[in-house]
Ligand binder design. Structure first.
Ligand SMILES: *Cc1c(COP(=O)(O)O)cnc(C)c1O
Length: 379
């Protein structure tokens, strides 16, 4: 039997990526700037929203760092952050010497709970410190409760940074994720819905803010023939080679989203008849997820005692990669001292949830192997 590894989410090239790279070599634009960087930014702007501005950067983490800087977050400030996420959402708060305050999720979108968020805002203000920013995440491609979160940001006049690293192509009420915050963040890491091998972008509302982000990302060089610097700088720009991969990937993005959504449908069909397993899906037609990763929760009380961990091990044994859902930040050793608001939604998702192979490049034979392994476990 073929037992090659089935990945959770692996790079899926469209075919034209190498043409853009060849062009970069032929014209000697082998640098962290050049026509592919500009072209990739234009492609992203056209895709997300014609009134958006995109700065291509070396990673999504760098984009969060610069976004927080541009919001004026500095030493001693507090930043409200979704707890149920990847650590890259929160680490840049520490880079700036600021303090994260973590917020629980709500069960429909698995993202920021508006009730816990408001409680945190009021309590931090009562304690004498108004939070400097809110970081909301569209986890696994699922948009957060955009209207409710935007309303709180507006009411309390706290800017919103939208971590859309997993949600390129997802929409809320027909509008693309990445356009709802004061800043939006995208990632093109190797396992994301499109990849540049490594890369990210900051989505801004004005050209001036984009220019400011690019300024910081290229070592904050003042206007001068020599190297002169009045502000701290970073080496965060995307390379023209990586941007070439991104241009090729943009040509197939919508096809790949359709394939991820088909993979999700495959699991919806499969688990329809299995007690105790819930597949994570859009709570209403306002939400459109790219279904970057398909995820399930397992209730061992309804599966005859079979747990998430039992399934994870069973799949691992037949070389099928799967992974528990993100471990919440407020349970991470590094953030043990950080305040937390909410209940046990995120914690329970971590205890009972699993991400399943979701790539746009899974073959019929691989799907059959997944089905066989699930059958062996559940039936
Ligand atoms: C991947 C990811 C990031 C970071 O992006 P990189 O490009 O890997 O630095 C940030 N937030 C979330 C939710 C992510 O999944």
């Amino acid at each position: 039997m073929n037992n090659t590894k089935i990945w959770l989410s692996s790079p899926h090239m469209g075919g034209t990526e190498q043409d853009y790279i060849k062009e970069a070599f032929d014209t000697n634009w082998v640098a962290p700037l050049g026509p592919n960087v500009t072209g990739f930014e234009n492609d992203l702007e056209a895709y997300i929203a014609s009134d958006s501005h995109v700065a291509a950067l070396s990673s999504g983490t760098a984009a969060i760092h610069l976004g927080l800087m541009l919001l004026g977050v500095g030493a001693g400030d507090e930043v409200l952050c979704q707890s149920f996420t990847f650590s890259a959402s929160a680490n840049p708060i520490l880079y700036l010497g600021a303090k994260p305050v973590f917020i629980d999720s709500e069960p429909d979108t698995w993202n920021l709970c508006p009730i816990a968020l408001e409680e945190a805002i009021q309590d931090r203000i009562a304690k004498g410190k108004k939070p400097k920013a809110i970081i909301g995440v569209h986890l696994y491609g699922m948009p957060f409760q955009v209207d409710a979160i935007q309303a709180l940001a507006k009411q309390y006049e706290i800017p919103l940074l939208e971590d859309s690293a997993e949600a390129l192509g997802s929409t809320y009420k027909g509008r693309k994720c990445g356009t709802f915050g004061d800043f939006g963040v995208l990632s093109f890491n190797g396992n994301k819905i499109i990849t540049t091998s490594g890369g990210g972008a900051l989505v801004t509302r004005t050209k001036a803010l984009k220019d400011r982000a690019v300024f910081f990302a290229t070592q904050s060089r003042d206007q001068a023939p020599h190297y002169q610097h009045s502000e701290i700088g970073f080496n965060y720009r995307l390379s023209n080679i990586c941007a070439g991969i991104g241009r090729g990937q943009m040509e197939v993005l919508d096809d790949h989203i359709a394939l991820r959504r088909k993979m999700h449908d495959f699991y919806v069909d499969y688990f329809a008849n299995i007690d105790g397993v819930k597949i994570f899906h859009e709570p209403s037609s306002d939400f459109y997820s790219n279904h970057w990763l398909s995820a399930i929760t397992i209730d061992p009380n309804l599966t005859g005692g079979k747990t998430r961990e039992d399934l994870r091990i069973a799949l691992e044994q037949v070389n099928i990669e799967c992974r528990p859902l993100w471990k919440p930040m407020h349970l991470q050793p590094i953030f043990a001292e950080s305040p937390y608001y909410g209940g046990k939604v995120a914690e329970s998702l971590f205890d009972n949830g699993l991400c399943l192979p979701s790539g746009s490049n899974l073959t019929a034979a691989e799907k059959a192997r997944i089905q066989e392994a699930l059958d062996a476990f559940f039936k």
